[in-house]
Design a protein around this ligand. Structure first.
Ligand SMILES: CC(C)(COP(=O)(O)OP(=O)(O)OC[C@H]1O[C@@H](n2cnc3c(N)ncnc32)[C@H](O)[C@@H]1OP(=O)(O)O)[C@@H](O)C(=O)NCCC(=O)NCCS
Length: 201
C-alpha cells in the first residue's frame, strides 16, 4: 500500500485518473469514476445497517453496539422526519460505497460523521482512496451545497488516522474530553472546520 502522505496529497481527480490509466479505459472511465453524493433512500437502508455494523466501523464509533433491525428502522424514520439531519450516500464507480450524516443542521452550522462499505471497497481494492475521497466530498458538500460556515465532528482520539486527516483538511481541535464508550472511558476530540464567508455565492 502507498503511504498515507502519497495519496493524501493527490486530489480525488488524480486518484480517478490513476484508476482510468490502470484500467486502460481513458477519460470516459475517469468521468465515470467521479464520486457522487445523493440523498439516502429507503432502498439503501439495509446496506447502511450492514456497513454501520462492520466491526471496523463499530470500533471507531462512539456508539459501538450492533444496531438491530428495529433500532435501525426507528433511526431511519427519525432521520427522515428531522429537518436538521441529512443522510447521504457516497457513490463511487457507480456503486453505493459509504454514508455521510450531517446532523444538528442550523444557523449554517452542522455536525458530521461518515463510514464506508469496508468489505465491498476492500474487495474492489479501493478502500483507502475512498476513505480520503468521502471526507473531501463531505467537506465540499458542507461548504458548497449546504452553505455552512462551520462543520463540527467528534472522533475517538485513538482513531489516529481520522484525527490526522481531519487536521490536513483544515479542522482544528476545539476540545478534548473523555466519555463512556462501550463501558470504557475514551478520549474524544471535538474538531471544527470553518469556511470563509466569500465561499458562498
Ligand atoms: C463512525 C461515526 C460516524 C460513528 O459515530 P457515532 O457517534 O456512533 O454516530 P452515529 O451517527 O453512528 O450514531 C449517533 C446515534 O444514532 C444512532 N444510530 C446511528 N446509526 C444508526 C442506525 N443505523 N440505526 C440505529 N441507530 C443508529 C446511534 O446508536 C447513536 O445513538 P446515541 O446517540 O443514542 O448513542 C463517527 O464516529 C465518525 O464519523 N468518526 C470519524 C470518522 C470515522 O472514523 N469514520 C469511520 C471510517 S471507517
Amino acid at each position: 500500500m502507498f503511504p498515507l502522505v502519497f495519496f493524501d496529497e493527490m486530489s480525488t481527480d488524480s486518484l480517478s485518473g490513476l484508476a482510468a490509466i490502470a484500467s486502460g479505459h481513458g477519460l470516459v472511465h475517469e468521468k465515470e469514476c467521479r464520486p457522487v453524493l445523493r440523498k439516502a433512500q429507503f432502498g439503501d437502508m439495509e446496506a447502511i445497517r450492514k456497513w454501520r455494523n462492520h466491526a471496523e466501523v463499530r470500533r471507531v464509533s462512539l456508539t459501538q453496539h450492533a444496531i438491530t433491525a428495529d433500532e435501525h428502522r426507528s433511526w431511519w424514520e427519525r432521520t427522515q422526519e428531522d429537518p436538521s439531519t441529512l443522510v447521504l450516500i457516497y457513490e463511487r464507480d457507480g456503486l453505493a460505497a459509504g454514508v455521510i450524516t450531517f446532523f444538528d443542521l442550523k444557523d449554517r452550522s452542522a455536525w458530521w460523521g461518515y463510514y464506508l462499505d469496508n468489505d465491498g471497497l476492500t474487495e474492489r481494492g479501493t478502500l483507502f482512496p475512498a476513505w480520503i475521497s468521502i471526507q473531501r466530498e463531505a467537506v465540499r458538500y458542507a461548504r458548497d451545497e449546504l452553505g455552512l460556515v462551520e462543520l463540527h465532528g467528534e472522533t475517538l482520539a485513538a482513531n489516529e488516522s481520522a484525527v490526522a486527516f481531519n487536521e490536513r483538511q483544515g479542522f482544528t481541535e476545539v476540545e478534548r474530553y473523555t466519555r463512556d464508550v462501550a463501558g470504557r472511558l475514551c478520549g474524544v476530540i471535538h474538531s471544527r472546520r470553518t469556511f470563509e464567508e466569500e465561499n458562498h455565492g
